[in-house]
Design a binder for this molecule. Sequence first.
Ligand code: RP5
Length: 169
Amino acid sequence: MHGNYLNKTLMSSKKIAIVMGSDSDWPNMQQAADFIGAMQIEYEAKVVSAHRTPEYMFEFAKNAHQNYDVIIAGAGGAAHLPGMIASLTHLPVIGVPIKSSNSIDGWDSLLSILQMPNGVPVATVALNAAKNAGILACQILALNNKALSEKLIAYKNEMKASVLEKKLS
Ligand code: RP5
């Protein structure tokens, strides 16, 4: 089990929820947490399973707007967690398809999260792309946070510089 660090809050109030179907998703989902933490934004990470803890998932999703502005939800295989959460909240939900031990090459996870019906969007990032989910969540928060938007601009500029500096021998 990945235990204690799954319930981590950086500051007093919470802004971004990072939820996942299993603690086996955490090594991947941690990349979202790491980026959000580096931006000094508050987050809470927890396991919420659509299949194993459906009542808890319902309670979490129905009350999420009281504690969070954005939800990042990752799952693998029959990955119903992001879509079910999106069906129960008006908050933006970013889905992370995970290539898990029960996944068939990741396609099941990807399509389960991506192919939502009209009216219930999940902003789906690439397979295992939890870092991009963290970046996107911060970009959403930055709409109302100038300091964060400046940090994101600095991050993008650093990325650009690192690409331009690359030398092929
Ligand atoms: C999904 O099943 C989880 O999100 C995870 O990706 C996958 C496997 O879960 P474990 O059997 O490792 O707990 O619900």
